[in-house]
Unconditional design. Structure first.
Length: 274
């Protein structure tokens, strides 16, 4: 039997909210694979935190900015080990300078960003290594997102731990800001159903079916129950289908339609360190 460490159990517990023994048993069954262990917990009906640990809970600073034309935006996190460093003025200034280089060069992903020229002939990757040596903590670029749109709206939650960006087909600052705040609070996985990967759909159907069978439902009924649970999952986890937090009688899609003037949300990005 594979040996599971207390650190691994604790990490899974932090990601899911499940009990220690449940986490240990799931890790043993999953042979140490934490993502498989999360799915095992869900299939057994254990309580699992909504975020599911998709992103590491590191300290750091999330920054966002648009280009001068306002049609391309960037969000990324600069990660560190402690909140003491994350709020340090020098660390924040370093993150802002990294963003200057990113906006100027328009990299399409984190790999391109790391290879950009930064200062004194050094690349961003080399500058980060320098900072690691100076600060004494591991420093790295975390999640990197790029978004294009006719009009972009940025929302930075206080503390720069969660930042969202909304793309719309035309300007409507008030509505776009409301939707950006919604995305920050509710952590959607996609804009609508079409943006959810087939692997996620298949996984949710599988989990829904197994839970129904455990509840004593026959297999043929379990299929329909799983489809119903998938529909609920998509409603709760896709931005346009979520209920509007400021008015839970309408969805975000309905809120946008009420704004009139043919307003459409065409995309969003969310980066969180929480």
């Amino acid at each position: 039997m594979i040996k599971i460490t207390a650190q691994e159990v604790n990490a899974l517990r932090k990601k899911t909210g499940a009990g220690m023994m449940d986490c240990k048993n799931a890790l043993v069954e999953a042979e140490g694979d934490i993502e498989k262990a999360i799915d095992i917990l869900r299939k057994k009906g254990q309580k699992v935190a909504a975020k599911r640990g998709d992103r590491d809970a590191k300290e750091g600073y999330v920054i966002a900015r648009k280009n001068d034309a306002g049609n391309v935006g960037y969000i990324f996190s600069v990660n560190c080990e402690t909140d003491f460093v994350a709020i340090n003025e020098g660390f924040v200034s370093f993150a802002e300078k990294l963003m200057d280089s990113v906006v100027s060069a328009d990299p399409k992903n984190s790999e391109e960003a790391l290879s950009l020229s930064f200062e004194n002939g050094r690349t961003i990757a080399e500058a980060i290594e320098d900072q690691t040596g100076k600060i004494g903590e591991k420093i790295e670029i975390g999640t990197f997102e790029r978004l294009e749109g006719n009009d972009l709206t940025i929302y930075v939650h206080p503390g720069n731990q969660v930042v969202t960006m909304i793309a719309t087909n035309k300007e409507n600052t008030d509505v776009a800001r409301d939707i950006a705040m919604q995305a920050a609070a509710m952590s959607p996985i996609a804009l609508d159903e079409s943006g959810v990967s087939q692997s996620v759909l298949d996984k949710e159907l599988e989990i829904g079916k197994e839970l129904a069978i455990q509840e004593g439902k026959p297999a043929e009924m379990a299929e329909n129950i799983a489809k119903g649970r998938l529909k609920k999952f998509l409603k709760e986890n896709t931005l346009l289908n979520q209920m509007f937090v400021k008015n839970n009688k309408i969805s975000i899609k309905q809120y946008v339609q009420q704004a009139g003037d043919g307003l459409e949300v065409t995309g969003f990005k969310r980066v969180s360190l929480k």
